[in-house]
Ligand binder design. Structure first.
Ligand code: PGA
Ligand code: ZN
Length: 435
């Protein structure tokens, strides 16, 4: 066996940032190189995501254990991959897809498969003496990504205190990643003061480390965020813009968008008008899952009315799935894709989606899950994709900072181009608050 061939693979049940079990895979190459990777887990998941295999044994972790998935890694997967060159990522991923033989990786588990896929890449990078981002990039131009950072949370990440899931700050005018983080820390801090000033009730932080306040309306979150940017000494729209993850599927009830906290329900057309009003009044440059995940008939209208102002991202809608992306490109149903490795389950398929987005002239945002681990793989992936955007959550909680901190170091050591080198990174607008 060559020194760079896979010799053995182990798997461990470890815990994610919500204290739920997840998979860590550890790959050993014949020459002695050892590398591990951990996979994340979502809460507001899309229906067409690859299947995360859970044990279903109510006596352990309420059924959420991943011992079956770990068993598949150490059994069938390890046996099938023994002798594969670690650098043959397509071969390794293809072999696991064939072995699983289901459309959504439900037999072996996407959590088992992805953990191995990432650990193999890391082992290959190590064996070649390359930083992970350099190895992953291949022929792509690596870029330091612009972070969109969660400041306020609602939806399934914050006990549904409001319906919209994420209100994020986009520090696009920062000259460096370090400056972006400094701005974000100031905004996060000022957001707390603004919330306290409004008497908004909150305890602790939400799943991604942002504040999970109880506000009178969803729109109030935009007021709070805009005010927080100003209070941090920054200019909304001119230096820091706003992104929203509506995560609309999770409050879509009987064909209507149900803003229960505000006591109103809207049909798609009216809901798009609401979002349009927000785009006019606040510096919103990015809207994710603005509509329900299977509302194929409504997405093109959303994109036609708001696509020039904001990037229209499909997350639950596209689930990092090449077939859904292709259909959406054809239908002009969005203009950006959220990239979450565990929605599809292998590194090879993840890059296929990123490259298809690039070819279509779409944007792509590399994203974490609400349940994360201390693994910083995503930082390297976001650089390697070369699409210039990253979404990892807020700046508290170390499963988020593992990624941000690696980027802070790589900015100083890797000589990467700034995100502004990516053409048409975001729609060209800078709107300051009108009110
Ligand atoms: P999830 O949330 O990881 O819970 O799916 C993240 C997102 O919706 O972007
Ligand atoms: Zn989302």
């Amino acid at each position: 066996m060559s020194k760079t061939a896979i010799e053995s693979i182990r798997a461990f049940e470890v815990l994610d940032s919500r204290g739920r079990p997840t998979v860590e895979a550890c790959v050993t190459l014949a020459g002695g190189v050892v590398a591990a990777a951990q996979v994340p887990s979502g809460a507001s998941t899309g229906m067409s995501e690859a299947c995360e295999l859970r044990d279903g044994d109510a006596r352990r972790y309420g059924g959420l254990g991943v011992l079956l998935a770990c068993g598949h890694v150490e059994g069938e997967i390890a046996a099938a991959l023994r002798g594969f060159e670690a650098a043959d990522q397509a071969g390794v991923d293809g072999a696991m897809i064939a072995l699983d033989a289901t459309a959504n990786k439900s037999r072996l588990g996407a959590n088992a498969i992805l953990a191995v896929s990432c650990a193999v890449a890391r082992a290959a990078a190590l064996s070649q003496g390359l930083p992970l981002w350099r190895y992953l990039a291949g022929d792509r131009q690596p870029v330091l990504p612009l972070p969109m950072v969660n400041i306020l949370s609602g939806g399934l990440h914050a006990a549904r205190a409001m319906e919209f899931q994420d209100f994020l700050a986009v520090p696009w005018a920062a000259g460096s990643f370090a400056e972006a983080m400094e701005w974000i820390a100031a905004i996060h801090r000022s957001a707390r003061e603004v919330l306290e000033g409004r008497g908004a009730y909150f305890t602790g932080v939400a799943d991604e480390g942002g504040w999970g306040p109880k506000l009178a309306t969803n729109e109030a979150a935009l007021e709070v965020l805009t005010e927080s940017i100003e209070r941090a000494g920054l200019r909304p729209g001119e230096q820091v813009s706003i992104a929203i993850d509506v995560a609309a599927s999770h409050f879509f009830v009987d064909g209507k968008y149900d803003l229960a906290s505000e006591g109103r329900r809207m049909a798609a057309a009216e809901f798009v008008e609401l979002l349009e009003g927000w785009c006019r009044r606040y510096p919103v440059v990015s809207i994710e899952d603005g509509l329900e995940q299977n509302a194929w008939g409504d997405w093109p209208a959303l994109t036609a009315s708001l696509g020039g102002w904001a990037q229209i991202i499909g997350d639950d809608f596209l689930t990092t799935n090449p077939a859904r992306l292709e259909r959406a490109v054809g239908a002009r149903a969005a203009n950006a894709v959220l990239v979450k490795m565990n929605q599809i389950g292998t590194l090879t398929e993840t890059f296929a989606v990123v490259d298809a987005a690039r070819r279509a002239g779409w944007r792509a945002v590399v994203s974490a899950r609400s349940g994360e681990t201390e693994d910083s793989f995503l930082a390297d992936l976001s650089i390697a994709c070369g699409m210039g955007q990253l979404k990892v959550g807020s700046i508290t909680r170390s499963e988020r900072l593992a990624k941000y901190n690696r980027l802070l170091v790589l900015e100083k050591t890797a000589g990467l181009p700034h995100w502004s080198s990516v053409p048409a990174l975001l729609p060209p607008r800078s709107v300051t608050r009108v009110s």
